[in-house]
Design a binder for this molecule. Structure first.
Ligand SMILES: Cc1cc2nc3c(=O)[nH]c(=O)nc-3n(C[C@H](O)[C@H](O)[C@H](O)COP(=O)(O)OP(=O)(O)OC[C@H]3O[C@@H](n4cnc5c(N)ncnc54)[C@H](O)[C@@H]3O)c2cc1C
Length: 440
């Protein structure tokens, strides 16, 4: 029998774990695995807030694909189209013309993108918080704004530079806001020109609560803690406009801000619009609990999906509920999905995915956190410690775990680094300035 061709679209939490598991559990003569992703690494997104805050090196919060997936063929590019009726995917490599890849099984896992709204000025002035590039840009930008505020004599410029607005109070938004504020507060020790009270950190959340992933009392605790730290928490409030960086809120308030971070949820990858795969009203690929793609009653042969882009029934909840878009589900679904592909290749029936969401852990800055795991509620340093131990146990590969623990240990003894490397975002500027133009 010829080896089955397995194509993995996206090497994130689902794609990387599925490819690793397939490498481990399927014999070479049974299957060959091709992984397509425009990035050369998987990003462990739960570590983005800590990477932005400088507790973890950016390189250590990502997992290099070529190093970890030695048994897979890696294609650096994006899948732009899937015609499952022909079992063909179109890949746009990072260089050169697009090409088609044929497959027997496809794992569709391109994840999600920021769910934005048509708010005036958002496109021009907002930034998301989903990629390592965004996290590190934000870190450098926030530290750079401290330098601007310290250098200027104009009070309006200073006020604008020191106003940081985060929109969306889920775990990504809350962790990003709390970690960045914690870092800036630390950094202020080295800025005699600035005072803690000069900074204005604002959370804008459309609903009446934050952290919907945990119980209300834990969300309320988080709000209380953030207010105690001097943060400006606006619940039941929406961002209405940010034209020219002037933030206008639905509560009638308006102020200029140099930093507007959008963390108000995610939606499935828009690449799915260019596929013939069935989707639900929220644009997610419809799946069976076995992670096979299903169109009504018809199971699509060789099509699999999981993670943020998939509607996977939650067998532990009431009928009609679906697994939440979380790393917790994504990595477990990936393992189930890989084992199911192996079983189907070997002529066995696939097994349904079943996992009861154990809860959430969130860091609110150094030694501060909130956790609700298996019904147990923790706050403060204990919750923060749980957040760290949980995520270090989850990041793939021993190599990354060691690097992350070393980063934390160094930051503990030597204090975290709070220097802006803004030059990284425009490294050729100085060189082009000193290099003469050649006429003609
Ligand atoms: C800041 C932040 C903090 C978070 N914290 C937590 C947490 O504490 N706990 C938790 O459970 N969850 C957390 N999450 C959510 C979690 O990270 C996601 O649910 C999870 O990453 C989903 O996995 P995925 O494989 O579906 O998508 P991803 O991990 O996003 O992977 C998608 C991959 O597909 C690639 N890709 C995209 N388009 C294409 C294409 N056209 N062709 C090929 N490849 C493509 C991307 O480059 C990426 O590598 C957090 C998310 C963020 C942003």
């Amino acid at each position: 029998m010829k080896p089955q061709r397995i194509l993995v679209v996206g090497a994130g939490h689902v794609g990387l774990y599925a490819a690793l598991r397939l490498s481990d559990k399927v014999r070479r003569r049974e299957a060959e695995v091709t992984v397509v992703d425009p990035q050369p690494h998987m990003t462990y997104q739960p570590f983005l807030p800590e990477a932005a805050a400088g507790n973890i090196s950016p390189r250590h919060s990502v997992v290099p694909l070529r190093r970890e997936l030695r048994r897979c063929r890696i294609v650096s590019g994006a899948v732009t189209r899937i015609e499952h009726a022909r079992k063909v995917a179109t890949v746009q490599p990072i260089i050169g013309p697009a090409r088609e890849i044929e497959y027997d099984h496809i794992v569709v896992a391109p994840g999600s993108v920021s769910r934005t709204l048509p708010i005036p000025g958002l496109r021009e002035h907002g930034i998301g918080f989903k990629t390592i590039g965004e996290a590190i840009y934000l870190r450098n930008h926030v530290l750079d704004r401290l330098d601007v505020a310290a250098a200027t004599r104009d009070t309006e410029t200073r006020r604008r530079a020191l106003t940081f607005v985060f929109v969306g109070g889920g775990y990504a938004g809350i962790e990003a806001l709390a970690e960045m504020e914690d870092m800036a507060r630390d950094a202020l020790k080295y800025y005699p020109e600035l005072e803690q009270g000069d900074m204005h950190w604002v959370l804008v959340e459309a609903t009446q609560r934050v952290l919907p992933e945990v119980d209300r009392d834990m969300g309320a605790y988080t709000v209380k803690q953030l207010i105690k730290r001097g943060l400006d928490i606006r619940l039941d409030t929406r961002l209405e406009s940010c034209v020219d960086g002037v933030v206008k809120l639905s509560d009638g308030d308006s102020f200029p801000a140099d930093t507007i971070v959008w963390t108000a949820g995610v939606k499935p990858s828009p690449m799915l619009d260019h596929t013939d795969l069935p989707r639900d009203p929220r644009s997610r690929i419809t799946c069976l609990p076995t992670l096979q793609v299903v169109d009504g009653d018809r199971v699509l042969d060789g099509a699999w999906s999981a993670g943020d882009c998939a509607a996977v029934p939650d067998l532990t909840g009431p009928p009609g509920t679906y697994c939440s878009p979380s790393a917790q589900h994504a990595v477990r679904q990936a393992v189930r999905l890989a084992d199911n592909i192996r079983d189907v290749i070997r002529g066995k029936a696939p097994t349904p995915y079943k996992h009861k969401h154990v809860g959430s852990v969130a860091s609110l800055g150094l030694h501060k956190g909130v956790a609700q795991v298996y019904g147990i509620k923790l706050t403060g340093p204990l919750a923060w410690f749980m957040h760290r131990t949980y995520h270090v146990s989850r990041i793939p590969s021993f190599n990354r775990k060691v690097r992350v623990v070393i980063d934390w240990t160094l930051a503990f003894f030597l204090k975290r680094e709070v220097v802006a490397l803004g030059q990284l975002h425009d490294p050729r500027e100085e060189f082009t300035e000193v290099t003469p133009k050649v006429p003609g």
